[in-house]
Design a protein around this ligand. Structure first.
Ligand SMILES: Cc1ncc(C[n+]2csc(CCOP(=O)(O)OP(=O)(O)O)c2C)c(N)n1
Ligand code: SF4
Length: 285
């Protein structure tokens, strides 16, 4: 059984008051407690940004990689130990700017990992520059006369790249986010949750109030197996029309399931054969 105390570290969060990261962190810990995730069965990997600080406050085996690189790290962790639940905490800059290329390839390979996208619509740690998810014409520190770029739609990008579980949540709806995290982890394959996360300090447009006024939940009758519909709904965004929920689910073999070497046990349980390693080293080094 995992408790809140088990997940605590001596380090206190250093996020700004009201930051949307707090409730994402809480939702993840709630899911961990409900599912018994601990150091023996779960690993968390973060990118660089305000979101990445989370690894310092959460007592689970963790790694904070280079900016934009949490996905290759997480895929490596999963390949080495397929028994682990592997979560990636990444920002919209980290995931789609510096890490955009990694995102496409991790999704198309259908690695069995869960991506928690802390989507605050800009680069927060570096004080509010435009990210690849910043809307066109929005003024930021790096785009004082309005963003000339067109944004990436993370849901559309995820479905098009081959992700097999694609959802969106509002970070302050702890109940819904906790449920979606559990479902994303249960799903066998590449799961991404686009988490709408207000940045109190630098984003004066995508605020708590804005989301509270404009989000709604996908209808019970919505079928997440319909890819065409998923693309259609993923394009909805604006006043009174920001849908939340699970947009797309596809059952498909994971990358890890294709390796016969991983069928009986994880790689970490197979002892290194020194003789074979020497053959490899002698041949290539
Ligand atoms: C290769 C590289 N480029 C740029 C930086 C500087 N940098 C550090 S954090 C950051 C922004 C992070 O933004 P995001 O991923 O959206 O996370 P947030 O801070 O919003 O949570 C940048 C540009 C870096 N550390 N490494
Ligand atoms: S700068 Fe924004 S994202 Fe970073 S801790 Fe402060 S409110 Fe949160």
């Amino acid at each position: 059984m995992t408790t809140m105390a088990d997940l605590a570290t001596p380090i206190m969060p250093n996020w700004c008051p009201g930051c949307g990261n707090f409730t994402i962190w809480l939702s993840f810990k709630n899911a961990a407690i409900e599912n018994g995730w601990d150091n023996t069965n779960t690993s968390i990997i973060a990118g660089i940004g305000c979101h990445g600080h989370l690894v310092n406050f959460t007592k689970l085996t963790s790694f904070e990689g280079l900016h934009g690189r949490p996905l290759p790290l997480a895929s490596g962790v999963k390949l080495a130990n397929t028994r682990l639940n592997v979560f990636v905490f990444t920002g919209d800059g980290d995931c789609f700017g510096e890490g955009g290329n990694h995102f496409i390839h991790a999704a198309r390979r259908n690695h069995d990992i869960t991506i928690m996208l802390h989507d605050n619509g800009l680069y927060a740690l570096t004080t509010g520059q435009a990210s690849p998810l910043t809307e066109h014409e929005v003024k930021t520190k790096s785009t004082p006369t309005g963003n000339p770029d067109n944004p990436i739609n993370p849901l559309v990008m995820a479905i098009a790249s081959g992700a097999t579980f694609v959802a969106r949540a509002y970070g302050s709806d702890v109940k819904q986010l906790t449920e979606i995290i559990k479902k994303a982890n249960e799903h066998k394959g590449f799961a991404i949750i686009d988490i709408l996360q207000p940045c109190e300090t630098y984003n004066k447009i995508l605020t708590h109030q804005f989301y509270q006024d404009n989000v709604y939940y996908l209808e019970d009758s919505y079928d997440p197996k319909n890819k065409t519909k998923a693309f259609e709904r993923a394009h909805e965004f604006g006043e009174k029309k920001i849908p939340l929920g699970i947009f797309y689910i596809e059952e498909k073999p994971t990358l890890e399931s294709h390796y016969v070497q991983l069928e009986s046990k994880p790689l970490i349980d197979i002892p290194l054969d020194r003789k074979n390693m020497d053959n490899v080293f002698n041949k290539y080094l």
